[in-house]
Design a binder for this molecule. Sequence first.
Ligand code: NAD
Length: 543
Amino acid sequence: MAPPSTELLDPSNARILICDELAPAAMEVFAQAGFTPDIATGLSEDELCLKIKGYHAAIVRSATKITAKVLRAADELRVVGRAGVGVDNVDCEVATQEGIVVMNTPTGNTTTTGELAVALICSLSRHIVRADRRVQSGDWNKKGLLGSELTGKRLGVIGLGRIGRVVADRCMGLKMNVVAHDPYLESTGKSSPVDGVELVSLDELVESCDFITLHVPLMDSTRNLLNAERLGRTKPGVRIINAARGGLIDEAALLELLKSGHIAGAALDVLADEPPTKDHPLLGRDDVLITPHLGASSHEAQFNVAVDIAKQVGTFLSEGVAHNAINAPAVSAKTLGRIARYVTLGEKLGSFLAQRLEGPLRKLEVTLSGDLLNEAKEYLPLSILVGALRKSVGGVNYVNANLVAREHGVRLLEGAEGESYAYQNLIKVRASSQGGEHSHVACGTVFGRVPRLVRVDDLHLDLEPSGTVLITTHNDKPGVIGQLGSILGNSGINIRRMELGTGKDAESARASGFLCLDKTPDSATLQALRDLDTIESLHVVEL
Ligand code: NAD
C-alpha cells in the first residue's frame, strides 16, 4: 500500500471509526471540532478488514486488535488512536511500514492503574475477595482467612515508570519498605526518582520481597520476566501482583508454585490470554484473585483517555500534528509521508546499535547526508533514539524520546563527518557506551521502498535490517562458515542471507559475519556455536 495521503482534512470530510467503547466525552470533543465519527464495536478481524476501508482514523481501547491484516486492508487509514497507554493491540511495525501514525494517551490512566495495584495488594494480604464470597454465600466464618500486615513488609516494584512510581509512593504511605528494579534508572547510576525507594537488582528484588508487583510493558525483553527459574527463587510466602500485562509471568510455573504453597497468593488483572477459558487452571483457586483487565477502568481514567485521544486524532487529521505518536515525529503529515521509510530505517539502526553495544548506551552521533534527509534533520535523529530506547523503555515515542534519553543518560549529538558514498541519502550513526570504550558505527539507506544496512564499523554490506541477525567475530580461515551452518542447520535454523568481511582486522586473521536467520537460536544452539574454537564472539540482534 502507498503511504497514506498527507493532505489535511476538513473535519466534515474526515472519517473516523471508533472500534471500542469510549467515554461519551470523546464524542463531545469531536462534535465541538466538527467531526462526526462512526461507532462499530465488537467487530471480528475479518469484519474490521471490510469496515475499515475509507476511514482515515481508527480509535481503539484494548479489545480491538489492529493487526497487520487490518492495517493492510485499510486504504485510507492515516492514524490509529489508542485510548490508553499500552499499544500491544496495534501492530506498530506494520503501521510504521505503511506510514500510519499510531498514537496513545500515556498519562490519562496512570493514577487509576497504580491505585488498582495497591487495591490488589491490600485484597491479597487480607483475603478480602474470598472473605466476601464466603459471607455472600451465607457463611459467616473466618477460618483460613488469617491475613498478613503490610506495615514493614518489603514490596518489590518491577518497572519504576509512571505507574510503578504511583504504586511505590502509595505503598510507602502504607508503611511498606519499597524497593524497585528498573534497568534504565539503574544504568544511569541516578538516585531513585521516588524518595525512599531503593533501586536494587532484579535478583535481589526477586529473592528478598514479600510482595512483587509488575509495572513494565510487554516486549520481547520482558516476556516471561517472572519465569519458572525466577519465581522459584522468590521468598517462600511471596505474593505476586500483575496489573501490567499478561505474558510477563510464566502462568504454568506460577500455578505449580501456588500448588506447592511456595507462593502464598497472586493477584492478576491481566492474563496471557484474555478472556481466559472456563477451565483456565488459575481460575477457581482460593489463592488467586483475578480481575478482568480493570487497570484503567475508572470514570476519571476513561474520561481522561477519551478526551485526550479525541483531541489528538482531531488535531492530527485537521492540522497534521501528531501528539503522543508512537511511530512518528510531531511533524506535519506531509513531511512524514516523504520520510516514512527513513523513519523505519532510523529506528532499525538505533535498535541494532543499542543491542550490539556492550554496556549501557550513552551517546548516539547521527550524520544525515542527502537533500531529503536534511529536510527532516530535526526529526530523523529522534527515530534513531526511539529505536535505541524502545527495547527497554515502554511508551517511548517521538514526543518524549529526548526527555526519556535525558532521564536515562543517553546523549543525541550531530555527528562530525559526512560520508562520501554514492548514496543519494544516507544515515550514519555512531553509538558509544560509558566513557566511549565501546563504540560501533552503522550506516543505512533506502533502496526503492526497502531500508538497508550498508555499513557496520569497517565492513560494507547490504542487509535488510529485519528479523534475527547473528553477528560473529571468527577466525578468517576455511570451514568456519560451514561449522556455523551445520550447527544452525541441526537446530532447524535457516540462514536467509549472509555478509562476511575482514574489515580492519585482516592482518590479525579475524573476520566478521552477519547472518540473517529465519528464527532466533535457542540457548543450547548459541552455546554450541560459542564452543567452537574458531568463534571469538557471538551476538544476536533482533530487528
Ligand atoms: P512507563 O513506560 O512509564 O514505565 C515502564 C517502566 O518499565 C520504564 O521505567 C522502563 O524503564 C521499565 N522497564 C523496561 N524494561 C524493564 C525490565 N526488564 N525490568 C524492569 N523495568 C523495566 O509505563 P507505565 O505508564 O508505567 O505503564 C506500564 C505498563 O502498565 C504499560 O506498558 C501497560 O502495559 C500496563 N498498563 C496496564 C493497564 C491495565 O489495564 N492493567 C493500564 C495501563 C497500563
